[in-house]
Design a binder for this molecule. Structure first.
Ligand code: 5AD
Ligand code: FES
Length: 346
């Protein structure tokens, strides 16, 4: 009943969302409907995005994150411009047509430098989409990156509730600014990705419902969700990991609410469970983001403990992804997979 209503109306009352989210009763039904809706729009296609983690320096101190500035145990690195390009070259040869440049908020990479890197990749690989994931910046900075050739931006909102936000971040960061950044990005014309960690400390079902309402307002082209996983050198080291079933349930709910959205089966989901990404695809996800970072730095980009794919080469992750998708009847495709092709009305 509830699942059918969600599929048809793409929305429920808060009370109905609460009922869906709280329990396992509807999980099978949710999953089947989410998979069917994904198939209506995307068939069995899984889009690839090549993730290049180019700096683990970060000026922020989020309580959950392994690369927070107060973590003095990790060894910090920055890729050179040349190293970033060779990741792109390798990725291109492996069929990637989207590069995600992700990093901590690292002032060493000034706006000019980011623009230089982006425009060089843009010129060298004109058929590729460039996605940035480098945190909170000013409208002017976002605009400059966009003009240099970045078309997409990933910035999880983390939680839409200011009180919950305050429990995950030090006072110097604000929920309001985070959300402003996302609306700025949309205004500029980026394809935007928002999202949350499922089961982050102090998260309630009410928080998740607020997240759904926020996503309805923002209408992002991508929604990145994965379980919270503790990192041993953060204040949240003793907190428990997010729940697999709740993460999958939420993926399905998001697919039904936003039929055409790009929804990754995240690395965190693959870390929580050996078949996590496959389960994510079956629950409605349609994107996988294999790692293209040089193997030498992968262990240093530990946002949480036991992150997978830190010993593999890019080519290994590429073929592993293909094999895993094929194993459950999905097909990895190498086109850019633009949300705008699919999200005409959102
Ligand atoms: N567990 C799971 N996800 C995390 N992220 C950061 N730290 C963790 C963690 N400990 C996520 C955040 C961030 C994204 C890049 O990674 O949601 O936005
Ligand atoms: Fe990296 Fe499987 S995707 S090893």
């Amino acid at each position: 009943m509830l699942v059918q209503k969600l599929r048809q109306q793409r929305d429920l009352t808060d009370q109905e969302f609460r009922e869906l989210l709280c329990c396992e009763n509807n999980d099978e039904d949710l999953k089947q409907n989410a998979d069917a809706v994904r198939r209506e729009h995307y068939g069995n296609k899984v889009y690839l995005r090549g993730l290049i983690e180019f700096t683990n320096y970060c000026k922020n101190n989020c309580y959950y994150c392994g690369i927070r500035r107060a973590n003095q145990k990790i060894s910090r690195y920055r890729l050179t411009q040349e190293e970033i390009f060779s990741c792109c070259e390798e990725g291109y040869a492996l069929g990637f047509r989207t590069f995600v440049l992700q990093g901590g908020e690292d002032p060493y990479f000034t706006d000019d430098y980011i623009c230089q890197i982006v425009s060089k990749i843009h010129n060298q690989f004109p058929d590729c989409a460039i996605t940035l994931s480098i945190g909170e910046k000013s409208y002017e900075s976002y605009l400059a990156y966009f003009q240099a050739g970045a078309e997409r931006y990933l910035l999880r909102h983390e939680t839409a509730d200011p009180v919950h936000y305050g429990k995950l971040h030090p006072a110097e960061m604000s929920c309001t600014n985070r959300q402003k950044c996302l609306f700025d990005l949309k205004k500029i014309g980026y394809q935007v990705g928002a999202g949350i960690m499922v089961g982050s400390p102090f998260q309630t079902l009410e928080n998740i419902i607020a997240d759904l309402r926020f996503l309805q307002k923002l209408q992002p082209q991508m929604i990145g969700i994965g379980p919270f996983l503790p990192h041993q050198d953060t204040p949240f080291r003793d907190e428990s990991a997010g729940d697999l079933k709740l993460t999958l349930r939420l993926l399905s709910i998001l697919r039904l609410m936003f039929p055409k959205v790009l929804l990754p089966a995240t690395t965190a989901l693959g870390t929580l469970h050996p078949m996590g990404r496959e389960l994510g695809l079956k629950a409605g996800a349609n994107v996988i983001m294999p790692n293209l970072s040089p193997t030498s730095v992968r262990k240093k980009y530990m946002l949480y403990d036991n992150k997978i794919c830190t010993g593999e080469e890019s080519a290994q992750c590429r073929s592993c992804t293909e094999r895993r998708a094929a194993g459950i009847g999905y097909e990895v495709v190498t086109d850019r997979g633009d949300a705008k092709d699919f999200c005409k009305n959102s």
